[in-house]
Design a protein around this ligand. Structure first.
Ligand code: C2E
Ligand code: CA
Ligand code: CA
Length: 588
């Protein structure tokens, strides 16, 4: 690691820089003391060992060492040798004081920057050399500080890109590879093992990566928290590079050790016409395809990825026009209350689709993750939230009953302090009661930034909105945490239903969750219910609300009308189920 010394601490409290004078002859120390004393704060050592001790003690504040070579206990040469070997001392400049020309050469080799011959030249010559040496070394620091990443000593991003361009310039005929190496679950590692451990981990990865690619002329930088970039002449042994970087990376949480896993994306034989940064975007894209993948940790940027990149670029380009032209359609998937003998329509989830003029009807799985990444999701969600509120009102006007609707809220929305105001504004505009408007927030958002989200959710509930924790079981919250989180409904992730009624038919997990939720008094919505067996089984286990293809796929509003008409018919035939006419349907 390269030491970085911030500038302000190069000055002592008196505002002067500090210089160490190491000479065993008292007369020499006195002469230098007189010459330098008014300009610098001075430390004196009368032998080599004392000088080395002072050097170590004052390594953060020393601007210069004036070093006699012939001293008892440790020679000046030996001190230079030790200093050179210690990365924390390396960058402190040394001027050698000597009578011996031979020794001058050797001391330069050992890292001394300049020398002052004995007997001493005129005072202003000495002052000038001291001053110049300090200036030069501080300039070098300044350059280093802007070239290197403080934590790892690797190149920083800007410098790395321009260095990579230099490499291209000088090796036009050489095929080059761009690699991106990321740490899986780095934020969790930081949380579990502490930031200091996380920093140490990054330093170890940095050192190993550098060692792994340096021999072939590769360069490395750290971009962002846990992302490393490598630019190196084309090679095939990517496994070896990743293995070298991953060697022995284990963390310990309490007594349980766990393995830190890296992932790597490679854009091999880069197209040199492409901007440097874009080459690494490609490698990063590949790396993200194996994010948290336990069977594969290396991915190559290939044609399929290239196509999906082009597709994503087109969707991004077309987004604002699509919003302006109402190309986004909101479908509604019903949720059925299964507590009684006949399942009853109880509410709906708003799910967006994109009717693209050239690409046809696009499902949200294709564009939601993309927009969540590039920040466009907020605009899209806002559009959907308004559409859902308008829909509730439209149904109410035409059928006389309120069908509550839930909308999806993204992680970024929850970070926006204006969220409660925004959503309140929408429901007020369409005359919808907050209690008929539900917000689905994915479980992983709760665990990512729990304090913030808890505050936001509390504010929303205080205004009467109901919160459903979406995709429950895919995040990291424990059942014990549930009782502390502000929420109204749990939406079980589909994988639970799938696993419970899959080949093994093991419903114990479902039973457990429904049992605890029942105990806490939190209603559960089961998602992804596709068969009668699943629906019956869930009902038997105490699940109250079911959403899934078994009842209906997400429908365009006009088709959803039929479900409402049916619900109104059941209502008028069996008013007892409903209570007062035109009162909202009972929920949860
Ligand atoms: P989600 O919020 O978990 O929504 C449920 C997804 O499960 C929907 O997929 C729905 O069509 C699907 N689904 C429902 N029942 C079944 C079933 O029985 N079997 C199977 N296989 N699938 C079922 P969809 O509509 O493709 O939406 C996918 C995801 O996109 C949603 O997952 C949600 O995360 C996101 N999404 C959709 N609309 C919006 C939106 O307006 N805003 C945001 N932020 N995200 C949205
Ligand atoms: Ca949802
Ligand atoms: Ca879900």
């Amino acid at each position: 690691m390269l030491p970085f010394i911030p500038f302000d601490i190069l000055y002592s409290a008196s505002g002067k820089r500090t210089v160490l004078v190491a000479d065993d002859e008292i007369i020499n120390r006195e002469i230098l003391g007189v010459i330098l004393g008014s300009e610098y704060d001075l430390l004196f050592a009368q032998d080599g060992q004392a000088a080395f001790d002072l050097l170590q003690e004052n390594r953060d504040t020393l601007s210069l060492v004036l070093l006699d070579l012939n001293m008892p206990r440790m020679t000046g040469q030996e001190l230079l040798r030790r200093k050179k070997a210690d990365p924390l001392l390396q960058s402190i400049p040394v001027i050698v004081l000597t009578t011996d020309q031979e020794a001058e050469v050797e001391s330069l080799r050992l890292g001394a920057i300049d020398f002052i011959p004995k007997p001493y030249p005129k005072p202003d010559v000495i002052l000038a050399r001291v001053q110049r040496t300090i200036e030069l070394s501080e300039d070098r620091h300044l350059i280093r500080a802007t070239e290197y990443d403080h934590l790892t000593g690797l190149y920083n991003r800007e410098y790395f890109y321009s260095y990579a361009e230099q490499i291209d310039l000088h090796h036009k005929g050489t095929d080059m590879d761009a690699m991106v190496i990321d740490v899986n679950h780095f934020h969790l590692i930081n949380e579990r093992c502490g930031k200091a451990w996380g920093d140490g981990l990054l330093q170890r990865i940095a050192a190993r990566l550098r060692a792994a690619v340096r021999a072939q002329g590769g360069i490395v930088c750290r971009r962002g928290a846990d992302t490393f970039l490598v630019y190196c002449p084309h090679r095939e042994d990517y496994e070896a590079v990743l293995a070298a970087a991953s060697r022995g990376l284990t963390g310990a949480e309490d007594a349980a050790a766990f393995r830190v896993r890296l992932r790597m994306g490679v854009y091999s034989r880069v197209d040199k016409a492409l901007e440097m940064e874009r080459r690494f975007d490609r490698a990063k894209l590949a790396a993200d395809t194996v994010r948290n993948n336990y069977s594969r940790s290396i991915a190559m940027y290939d044609d399929a990825l290239h196509q999906s990149e082009l597709y994503a670029a087109q969707l991004t380009d077309d987004f604002y026009e699509a919003i302006a032209q109402n190309q986004f359609l909101v479908y509604y998937q019903p949720k059925f209350d299964v507590r009684g003998d006949t399942p009853l329509l109880s509410s709906a989830e708003a799910l967006v689709r994109w009717q693209h003029p050239k690409l046809g009807l696009i499902s949200p799985g294709k564009f939601i993750p993309l927009f969540e990444e590039n920040g466009m999701i907020s605009a899209l969600n806002h559009y959907v939230w308004r559409a859902a509120a308008a829909q509730i009102r439209d149904w109410k006007e035409r059928f006389g009953i309120v069908v509550p609707v839930s909308v999806n809220v993204s992680r970024t929305d929850t970070l926006n302090d204006q969220l409660p105001d925004i959503i309140s504004g929408i429901v007020e505009e369409f005359g919808v009661a907050p209690g008929d408007y539900m917000l689905e927030i994915t479980e992983s958002a709760y665990t990512d930034d729990s304090d913030h989200i808890i505050a936001t959710v509390k504010a929303l509930r205080a205004r009467g909105f109901r919160i459903e924790m979406d995709d429950f079981g895919t995040g990291y919250s424990s059942l014990a945490m549930l009782s502390k989180l502000p929420l109204d409904v749990i939406k079980l992730d589909m994988t639970f239903v799938r696993n419970a009624y899959g080949e093994t038919r093991d419903v114990r997990m479902l039973e457990l969750i429904l049992g605890i939720a029942g105990h806490l008094g939190v209603p559960v919505v089961a998602e992804g219910v596709e068969t009668a067996e699943q629906a019956e089984g869930l009902k038997a286990l105490g699940c109250e609300i079911i959403q899934g293809f078994y009842f209906s796929r997400p429908l365009p509003p006009d088709q959803f009308d039929r479900l409402i008409a049916e619900r109104v018919r059941v209502h008028s035939e069996a008013p007892s189920v409903f209570g007062k006419k035109s009162a909202p349907a009972p929920f949860f």
